[in-house]
Design a protein around this ligand. Structure first.
Ligand code: PLP
Ligand code: COI
Length: 335
């Protein structure tokens, strides 16, 4: 495996793990080497979008041990998403057992320390019961697969350019934005494709109601630095990013003030640094933001990662790899 040159893509590993919910009970999770799912053609996941997922990572430290970052937060958000789409919640203990077992079964796919790569873990929950009317399924499949990955944004920790989108919304204020539901990503595809076609790394979605405030940044949250303040959008339609929450804490530890509030688009002109953050993206600094409505380009920084973003990136990745003391108890070492 060419660990250093991995991109963010699917690579086959040895095993995935599955548990089914039927007659009111979850089955014991079982490992399998099959990459396919036998699925009823009338399953609610296929027709009515009962599909949610998660994303977390495992890292190999200098000591050769495998570490998982904040899996409890992913388990909690998975339950939140399940409630949002009226799906069966996966109990945290089942989530833990499946995630830890599948990582242990695929140990050789955890990229080595120093490669910059990690093992991406993808829990998935789908409605499998056959229904024709629009209603929640009585049966579910919970599956976890893994794939070794490199950075989501090809540039890695290098500033990228983003485009603002007003034409297409990812999610509405009282819609499904806070849930990690597949439908949100389908809804965003046209915007992302437009940004790619115009040469941008990704899209900045605005709030769907007023189109005045920054919502999210592709598959990641947005943050910015101004006058020693870490600023990140407050919105009823964004995914509550675990990376963002961690960065808020690390920023506070570094002595910065932190603000979660509405972020008007024009404030981009005042930021000293900006970035997208998420499990897949880690931190992707943002250099330019193009706003087609005004034919205006906001330039943030000098094209190199800003000092605060760089410090945050180093702290976060050092904790994930076990190079820095895990003072917040975010890391679980696999036995
Ligand atoms: N926002 C969206 C839409 C995402 O898909 C993700 C990725 O999970 C994030 C934000 C970042 O969340 P997290 O840091 O928990 O991975
Ligand atoms: C993640 O960061 O885990 C994500 O889910 C992003 C993904 C949609 C590529």
């Amino acid at each position: 495996m060419d660990w250093k040159n991995l991109s963010f893509g699917y690579l086959k590993t040895k095993y995935n793990i599955r548990s089914t919910f039927k007659d009111g009970e979850w089955s014991k999770p079982e490992l399998t080497d099959s990459e396919v799912i036998p699925l009823h053609m009338a399953a609610t996941s296929l027709h009515y979008g009962q599909e949610i997922f998660e994303g977390l990572k495992a890292f190999k430290g200098k000591d050769g041990k495998i570490r998982l970052f904040r899996w409890e937060e992913n388990a909690k958000r998975f339950r939140h998403s399940a409630r949002g789409l009226l799906m069966q919640e996966v109990p945290d203990e089942l989530f833990r057992e499946a995630v830890f077992s599948v990582v242990a079964a695929n140990k050789e796919f955890v990229p080595p320390y120093g490669s910059g790569a990690s093992l991406y873990i993808r829990p998935l929950l789908i409605g499998t019961g056959a229904e024709l009317g629009v209603k929640p399924s009585a049966e579910y499949l919970f599956l976890v697969f893994v794939s070794p990955v490199g950075p989501y944004f090809k540039a890695g920790f290098k500033p990228v350019d983003m485009m603002i989108c007003r034409e297409f919304d990812r999610a509405a204020p009282h819609g499904t934005g806070t849930f990690k539901a597949g439908g949100n990503y389908a809804a965003g595809l046209r915007a992302v494709e437009k940004a790619h076609k115009e040469g941008f790394s990704n899209v900045i979605f605005l709030d769907a109601k007023e189109k005045k405030y920054i919502d999210e940044c592709g598959p990641a949250n947005f943050f910015a630095i101004k006058q020693n303040i870490y600023i990140t959008p407050e919105s009823p339609s964004i995914l509550d990013s675990i990376t963002n929450k961690s960065l808020i804490q690390l920023a506070a530890d570094m002595g910065l003030k932190t603000e979660r509030r509405k972020v008007p688009v024009e404030e981009l002109a005042e930021f000293e640094e900006a970035g997208a953050c998420g499990t897949a993206a880690v931190i992707s600094p943002i250099h330019r933001v193009y706003d087609p409505a005004e034919d205006r380009t906001y330039v943030i920084g000098n094209g190199e990662p800003g000092p605060v973003s760089e410090k945050l990136y180093k702290h976060l990745t050092a904790i994930q790899l076990g190079d820095e003391t895990d003072i917040h108890g975010w890391v679980t070492v696999l036995d």
